[in-house]
Design a protein around this ligand. Structure first.
Ligand SMILES: NC(=O)c1ccc[n+]([C@@H]2O[C@H](COP(=O)([O-])OP(=O)(O)OC[C@H]3O[C@@H](n4cnc5c(N)ncnc54)[C@H](O)[C@@H]3O)[C@@H](O)[C@H]2O)c1
Length: 303
């Protein structure tokens, strides 16, 4: 264990920590000295039911090696209760790991409003509610680390996961703006797109690979992002199977048209190959950089 990477005075909330990835995160934070609020509603992977035993089991595991943890059974949709519980139990909150999640996979043709809404509510509204309730404490103490759990299904799309993909990439949009808003109070916000063998992916990942994609192989990144040692914000990291990589936006240099005379759909067609050409592509990291080529085009045709 690195000497500088400790959480001895820190309190960490991990949502959905009764199993899968969240359990592994909670255990690793606790092993690094954090006091951990283990939240889990204890429902099914489809969002039905509730059970206190999932969170209780993980708390018992942490206590068994001398770690400090309390269980919380609220839904993330009631995020303020979760944060209040951490304040009551430990008196502070330093790190929020938004991990709770469900799946309601269906092709878009068969998607029902309940599938769409529930996935939105747990992943997006839940992460919003927990983070929003913790935000004033993080601001006041000028310290915070927030981690959102995105997915390659959001980044790249995945058949049957329009609801889930929408929610998961939405969390990256939230990450980007909170990274900007949190920076002056030393609140750093990052997102992960994990892959792990859990009940959520059982039957989806081929056996043989499933067992090797241990949830524990995701947690070192999460604990690092949650530490004071991490100084990066607004990042999106793919992680799993012992591998970690960073994702960024890439945008073609594009094609410019004369904004004074306007241009036709046929002009777009003519420039289509250039618009889609990624040689000399830009990698904008903020709105100003993103607008650079557009502004240059206005300038080119000014007057
Ligand atoms: N496993 C993967 O390969 C993978 C890939 C991409 C993203 N993810 C994301 O990682 C996170 C963890 O998933 P997992 O694979 O460990 O699945 P999991 O089903 O094992 O764990 C999710 C946990 O969240 C809890 N939960 C669900 N709804 C909740 C709610 N409303 N309030 C509180 N807790 C709730 C569940 O009870 C469960 O213990 C999810 O956000 C998931 O979307 C997982």
């Amino acid at each position: 264990m690195s000497e500088t990477l400790h959480f001895n005075d820190k309190v960490v909330i991990v949502t959905g920590a009764g199993g899968g990835l969240g359990r592994a995160h909670a255990l690793l934070f606790a092993r690094h000295g954090a006091r951990v609020l283990v939240n889990d509603l204890g429902g099914s992977a489809h969002g039905g039911g509730a059970n206190t035993s999932a969170a209780d089991r993980v708390v018992a595991e942490i206590q068994a090696f001398g770690g400090q943890a309390v269980a919380n059974y609220d839904s993330v949709i009631e995020g303020a209760k979760i944060v209040q519980n951490a304040m009551d139990a430990f008196g502070r909150v330093d790190v929020v790991v938004n991990n709770a999640g469900i799946l309601r996979d269906k092709s878009f043709a068969k998607m029902e409003d309940t599938d769409w809404d529930l996935v939105y509510r747990v992943h997006v509204e839940g992460a919003y509610k927990v983070t929003h309730a913790a935000w004033p404490y993080l601001r006041r103490q000028n310290y915070g680390r927030v981690i959102f759990t995105s997915s390659t299904s959001g980044i790249y799309g995945n058949f049957g996961q329009s609801n889930y993909g929408m929610a998961k990439l939405g969390l990256y949009g939230l990450t980007r703006t909170l990274a900007l808003e949190g920076r002056k109070n030393n609140i750093l916000v990052n997102a992960i797109a994990p892959t792990g063998g859990t009940r959520m992916t059982e039957g989806l990942i081929p056996p043989g690979v499933f067992e090797r994609l241990k949830p524990e192989l995701v947690s070192p990144l999460v604990v690092y992002l949650g530490s004071h040692q991490c100084q990066d914000s607004g990042g999106l990291y793919e992680v799993g199977g012992g591998w970690i990589g960073k994702v960024r936006w890439e945008r073609s240099l594009g094609a410019g048209f004369d904004p004074r005379s306007g241009f036709s759909p046929a002009d777009v067609a003519e420039q289509w190959a250039t618009i889609n050409d990624f040689s000399d592509a830009a990698h904008p990291t903020d709105n100003v950089e993103a607008l650079k080529e557009m502004m240059a085009n206005l300038q080119k045709f000014a007057g």
